[in-house]
Design a binder for this molecule. Structure first.
Ligand SMILES: Nc1ncnc2c1ncn2[C@@H]1O[C@H](COP(=O)(O)OP(=O)(O)O)[C@@H](O)[C@H]1O
Ligand SMILES: [Mg+2]
Length: 344
């Protein structure tokens, strides 16, 4: 494990003007983006009015399927894509009023690797620091390289680095100006499991050191393991946004698996009204809402049908259930119909 000591982030990177660190690291209101059509390609409404507050110090996940609008959102914050309407503040700074300071408060690791293969990690970081106007004496090149475990590769050409090393170099590159907010767009897309773990460790460490981290992902597991707060986006809209715990609580769905003492060839009449399913001849899976149905009543119905219960298990819902429930909700589906053909 490399030494994870990092340059101080939150606070020190705060641009002049921001006296006290803001409660919200990022605040967007009714953000919309329509990509203009070109030639035969029709216009695309990628963001349909997104409002989000990302608390300072959080490890915030923007979770959504491909094409949901995650990169568009990130790229607007990064100043790489022009929004159509709405407002966005980074570290308290409005991106329209003071684009320069807003940009200084954020470091972005884009979805695509974009490193010049003929530069070394040291050169790449120095170049980036130069772009951000970080004076030579304030540069943290060596510490950053050490923090992402690349001190041994400081002077190797970027093209000789493995995929994982390049990703880590991208993280270091996004941190050269010690921004209080770090944004990672799909940090582990196409990355193997082992490297994913080590990248997650780096991200957690950066967050512990005080950096507010925002990451986009379409991997549920990534959001579930890493993030404390999650916004689920689908078709350019936020369909849920809460702490991980609250999101899971909201789901209000459980599964009860009943193992029978005898073979049956159909579901008991009394369970027909429930969301129940006979699996094989001795197993009944019943999905129910804990807020509405009582397990005792369900089991009573099984017994009343003359069936003996030899065992039972309950399964809690996880983020995946919530994700599927929300991204397939009727309202989301209605929004989807118009764009289904373009939906990847
Ligand atoms: N430069 C662009 N021009 C036109 N359409 C775009 C452009 N970039 C993205 N889109 C479209 O906007 C939608 C959202 O894309 P994106 O923000 O990349 O989603 P995500 O990152 O969640 O996969 C998609 O339908 C995509 O095809
Ligand atoms: Mg994307």
């Amino acid at each position: 494990m490399p030494d994870m000591t990092l340059p101080p982030a939150a606070g020190s990177g705060a641009p002049a003007g921001a006296v006290l660190p803001p409660d919200q690291a990022v605040e967007v209101h009714d953000l919309r983006k329509i990509y203009k059509g070109t030639g035969r390609a029709p216009a695309k409404e990628a963001l349909k009015g997104i409002s989000l507050s990302i608390p300072r110090g959080s490890l915030y996940g923007l979770l959504g399927p491909n094409g949901a609008g995650k990169s568009t959102f990130i790229n607007i914050l990064a100043g790489l894509v022009n929004k159509t309407s709405g407002t966005a503040r980074i570290w308290g700074i409005d991106i329209d009023r003071d684009a320069r300071s807003a940009r200084a408060a954020i470091g972005v690791v884009p979805q695509e690797l974009n490193l010049d293969p003929f530069f070394t990690p040291r050169e790449i970081l120095d170049l980036q620091a130069g772009l951000y106007g970080v004076p030579k004496r304030e540069r943290q090149t060596d510490r950053l390289l050490e923090a992402v475990g690349l001190q041994d590769k400081a002077d190797a050409y970027a093209r000789t680095l493995s995929g994982g090393m390049r990703r880590r170099l991208m993280v270091a590159k996004a941190m050269v100006h010690a921004p209080p907010v770090l944004v990672l767009d799909e940090p582990t897309a196409g990355v193997d499991v082992e490297l994913r773990q080590s990248l997650w460790a780096h991200v957690r460490e950066l967050n512990r050191a005080g950096t507010t981290v925002v990451l986009t992902t379409h991997y549920l597991e990534e959001a579930e393991q890493l993030c404390d707060t999650i916004a689920i986006v689908n078709h350019g809209q936020v369909v849920a946004c809460d702490s991980k715990q609250q999101l899971l609580k909201r789901l209000d769905q459980k599964e009860l698996v009943v193992h029978l003492g005898q073979d049956v060839d159909a579901l008991p009449e009394a369970l027909a009204a429930c969301d129940a399913e006979l699996q094989g001849s001795r197993r009944i899976v019943i999905r129910y809402q804990p807020s509405r149905a009582r397990v005792g009543d369900i089991l009573g119905a099984v017994s009343a049908a003359g069936l003996s219960i030899v065992d039972l298990t309950t399964v809690e819902s996880d983020l995946e259930d919530l994700f599927l429930q929300l991204t397939r909700a009727p309202q989301a589906a209605a929004v989807a119909t118009a764009h289904d053909d373009e939906y990847r």
